[in-house]
Design a protein around this ligand. Structure first.
Ligand code: ZN
Length: 63
């Protein structure tokens, strides 16, 4: 298994189905076939990567 975000093998298990990647500093959650990637915010909260992408595209389309 590799990191779904950066393809690195350098990640550790932090919980049931939960992993933290040292390559891209993302956290990811594997539930069967479903993989969700999270960015760890400065305050330690998790932001789903698709939410980040959406926020960026909304921001850029507003310009
Ligand atoms: Zn990674």
């Amino acid at each position: 298994m590799r990191c779904p975000h950066c393809n690195s093998r350098d990640f550790g298990k932090i919980g049931a189905n939960q992993f933290y990647c040292w390559g891209c500093f993302m956290e990811f959650n594997v539930t069967g076939e479903d993989v969700r990637i999270y960015e760890v915010a400065e305050d330690g909260s998790l932001v789903a990567l698709d939410e980040v992408a959406e926020a960026v595209s909304v921001e850029s389309s507003a310009v």
